[in-house]
Design a protein. Structure first.
Length: 224
């Protein structure tokens, strides 16, 4: 938990998002599957659609971690639609953007749950010591622009000095390039690497990725 993180020994704190600070609203994924099916007129049982969505969500996340790039959200949609028998050549590309907007509205209605105990107080404690914070998150279905809106709605944005999302720089953890981006954006360029702490739940993408780059790292586990 947060008490395991030593604020005094570090000057900059980089946080993963999913399953580190937040988790999905319990109803969101099922609602998104319903929206996906109705919007794209998928003539398959809801259970099958849900299974295909989860399969490509997990697969693309793994591809991002292994290759270090970023599979675009719309590419994930197309993989799912193709698997469900939709003729992609007949698909109006504008519908992908239209669906994303509806998906974003749904996401902000069924907002993620903050799982990091006392997060506002912890961020406040860091900032009161004159230290800095960033968000560093691999993205899939949910783009960085949407995560910014969510964090603003939770009054967390004022604590965050900068955000890095894989879809915005086409690079995913544990690729060292994404940790280089963190180093580049830190206001105090005189910080030693060991003074920068990355906190996340993924042993490879977060912990090993940060350590291999030269940052300190903290592997966070929650009983969810």
């Amino acid at each position: 938990m947060k008490t395991d993180i030593d604020i005094r020994s570090h000057s900059h704190f980089s946080f993963d998002l999913w399953l580190t600070l937040i988790k999905s609203h319990p109803e969101f994924k099922a609602k998104r599957v319903e929206l996906f099916s109705s919007f794209f007129e998928v003539e398959k049982p809801m259970e099958e659609v849900a299974k295909v969505v989860k399969y490509y969500d997990d697969l693309c996340n793994t591809i991002n971690e292994v290759i270090g790039g970023n599979v675009d959200t719309y590419e994930i949609y197309l993989l799912i639609l193709n698997s469900l028998g939709i003729d992609l050549k007949q698909l109006d590309p504008g519908k992908l953007n239209e669906f994303y907007q509806k998906s974003e509205d749904l996401f902000l209605e069924y907002k993620p749950v903050v799982i990091f105990d006392g997060l506002h107080q912890f961020f406040d404690e860091i900032k009161n010591q004159g230290k800095t914070i960033n968000i560093l998150s691999n993205t899939g279905f949910i783009k960085g622009k949407t995560m910014r809106k969510f964090l603003a709605s939770e009054n967390l944005d004022p604590f965050i000095d900068f955000h890095i999302y894989s879809d915005e720089i086409n690079c995913s953890k544990p690729n060292p390039q994404i940790f280089q981006e963190v180093k580049k954006l830190i206001k105090n360029q005189d910080l030693e690497m060991h003074q920068i702490l990355h906190i996340g739940d993924n042993p490879i993408a977060d912990y090993k990725g940060a350590k291999d780059f030269g940052f300190n790292a903290h592997l966070l586990t929650h009983k969810i």
